[in-house]
Design a protein around this ligand. Structure first.
Ligand code: PEP
Ligand code: MG
Length: 596
């Protein structure tokens, strides 16, 4: 069989050798065929079995929504169950099977098409929006009819290289738990959640490998180079030997970086830079400690729902956070409250079970989710679950050094309302005689141009500012962080982004509070001189980047970095900044080029 070589975007280095495991998360396609009269009853039964399976799944989801106090979601799922029961849906499909001899999938597809046209003709936004419900219900039914999706994980081998058009965060975590060796997708940008999670889980990953799905076959041998962004299907023996040698060299270089683990994270001119870890799933804590991280700068708690889909109640939150805080043994732990919505949790989990965060996002129906009901907006809209989370954090605070971080703040009112909630919860805990951390520091994520521009004002009321460049770049440059077709515009070195970072650092400084960065920009040693030059003294990143960033810091001179940053702030495009940065780094830290 012929070989295949694909070039994509390498987002998590490492070389993986394994066998192709295809995951197709696209909408299923319906087969079309006519049936002889004697098979029609059987076909109606087949359709009814799929309806029953869908009803059971929806009932299960409704139960979970009810248990979690997600009233709106419950109502939405109830609407889906009603559509399933509706004669217009069911009888119309039966009729098509019996009268026209169409197979169930074809008949169902025609029913959905007709119903959607009907909704389109209704002159009211509410009804037009309901056509989306018909689609969702139809997709569930279709998957049950063709037996798709629910068994995606069942036959995964221990050396599976997952190849997909796209993977949701839940898919990525679930697949990594089943020890996937690498991820390859045809879509996704460098700070998409698939990329972040692959790095967090230390699984080599290549995004945007166009055409790979149609060339790869289940069980084919495959090599993935997550640094160069290369995927080799059905490699020759020579190629395998070459990649094995490359893998050995890279592993050696990574191990060598760990030699600096206990050395201070200090520039040549003696400026201390604290290096913290970002975590999504709790297994990453050990990696942060092993890499010499000085604490957790960002715990993305929305991923808790991937680990524990049925998580609810303050006690369960408390248990989860107390484990992290105790494991970190007195080091800082910054717990960010749930950031659902945006590109997170919008698709179904691979195991067929939607998480509650999935459900919450599903309820939004935002055409433009990045600008919709996401993060703190979602938390403040539904205070019940938010209170439970805050209570869990306050109680876990007694086990160490804990801070709260609020995602996507654009309005001071969001911070004020959260502080008021915290004050109420403290009173309740006091009244109940339960131990909790008092005066917990509350910081805000600066992820939008709005919050960067008023950082000096927000900084009057926040205890610290944490710059989230993944979103800041997206919102500043109007460039979807997960959309590969505009990935060329997604440039952290764009002077507009640098000016905003500069503004945030100054906003923190005038208020005498710390500024930190925890977006992916902090994890790339290429950017370290700029960040130090702009005044950042605390960088938080995925564990695997800590050693290389520390090595970079130890090569740099903060005063030189400052001069470089001042030059960069006067440049008119990202390309110019990158060119100057490349030139300087070739002098300052030549051995750190090429990546590890
Ligand atoms: C960011 O936006 O930079 C960030 C750290 O948050 P997230 O990637 O989780 O959106
Ligand atoms: Mg963000």
């Amino acid at each position: 069989m012929s070989q295949g070589h694909f070039k994509g975007l390498g987002v998590c280095s490492g070389v993986a050798f394994g066998q192709v495991h295809l995951v197709d998360r696209r909408r299923v396609t319906a087969p079309h065929y006519h049936l002889p009269p004697e098979r029609l009853d059987e076909e109606v039964h087949r359709f009814e079995d799929a309806v029953k399976a869908s009803e059971t799944q929806l009932e299960d989801l409704r139960q979970r929504a009810a248990n979690s106090g997600l009233g709106q979601v419950y109502a939405l799922l109830e609407a889906h169950a009603m559509i399933l029961k509706d004669a217009a849906f069911r009888d119309a499909t039966h009729d098509r099977i019996v009268k026209l001899g169409q197979n169930a999938e074809w008949a169902l597809q025609e029913t959905i098409r007709e119903l959607k046209q009907l909704f389109d003709r209704l002159d009211h936004d509410y009804f037009r929006e309901r056509r989306g419900d018909v689609d969702i219900v139809g997709d569930r039914l279709m998957r049950n009819l063709v037996g798709a999706e629910t068994d995606l994980l069942s036959n995964i081998s221990s050396d599976a290289v997952v190849i997909a058009y796209d993977l949701s965060p839940a898919d990525t975590v679930a697949l990594a738990k089943y020890s996937a060796k690498a991820f390859v997708t045809e879509s996704g940008g460098p700070t998409s959640h698939t990329a972040i999670l692959a790095r967090a889980l230390d699984v080599p990953c290549v995004l945007n490998a166009h055409g790979v799905m149609s060339m790869a076959g289940f069980g084919d041998e495959v090599i993935v180079d997550g640094l160069a962004g290369e995927v080799v299907l059905r490699p020759s023996p020579e190629q395998t030997t070459r990649y094995r040698n490359l893998s050995r060299r890279r592993k050696k270089a990574r191990a060598a970086l760990l030699a600096d683990r206990d050395l201070p994270s200090k520039t040549q001119d003696g400026v201390d830079i604290s290096l913290l870890g970002n975590i999504e799933v709790t297994q990453e804590m050990d990696g942060v400690l092993a890499a010499g991280g000085q604490g957790i700068g960002l715990y993305r708690t929305e991923f808790l729902y991937v680990e524990q889909p049925s998580l609810q109640g303050a006690d369960q939150h408390y248990d989860a956070y107390a484990r992290v805080v105790e494991r970190m043994g007195g080091l800082d732990v910054t717990i960010r409250t749930v950031d659902a919505g945006g590109d997170k949790f919008l698709r179904r989990a691979t195991d067929g079970h939607d998480t509650e965060a999935d459900l919450a996002a599903l309820a939004q129906y935002d055409d433009n989710p990045a600008l919709g009901l996401r993060a703190i907006r979602l938390s403040l809209r539904d205070e019940g679950p938010f209170r439970e989370q805050l209570t869990g954090i306050l109680r876990a605070g007694v086990h160490g050094k804990v801070q709260i971080l609020l995602p996507l703040i654009t309005e001071i009112e969001e911070l004020r309302r959260t502080r008021a909630l915290i004050a109420e919860i403290e009173q309740e805990l006091d009244a109940a005689g339960r131990a909790h951390l008092k005066n917990i520091p509350v910081g805000i994520m600066v992820e939008t141009p709005a919050s960067a521009i008023i950082a000096d004002l927000l900084g009057r009321e926040a205890d610290f500012l944490a710059i989230g460049t993944n979103d800041l770049v997206q919102y500043t440059l109007a460039t979807d962080r997960a959309n590969e077709s505009v990935a060329y515009l997604y440039r952290a070195c764009h002077p507009a982004v640098l000016r905003l970072i500069d503004q945030v650092c100054r906003g923190a400084q005038v208020n005498g509070i710390p500024a930190r960065i925890c977006g992916e920009m902090a994890a790339d040693p290429f950017h370290t001189p700029l960040l130090i030059g702009l005044g950042l003294r605390s960088l938080s990143m995925t564990a695997r980047s800590i050693p290389v960033v520390k090595r970079m810091i130890r090569r740099l001179d903060a005063a030189e970095c400052e001069a470089l940053a001042q030059e960069a702030l006067q440049m008119s495009c990202a390309q110019d900044v990158e060119t100057v940065l490349t030139e300087r780094l070739q002098t300052w830290a030549p051995e750190l080029f090429g990546g590890v």
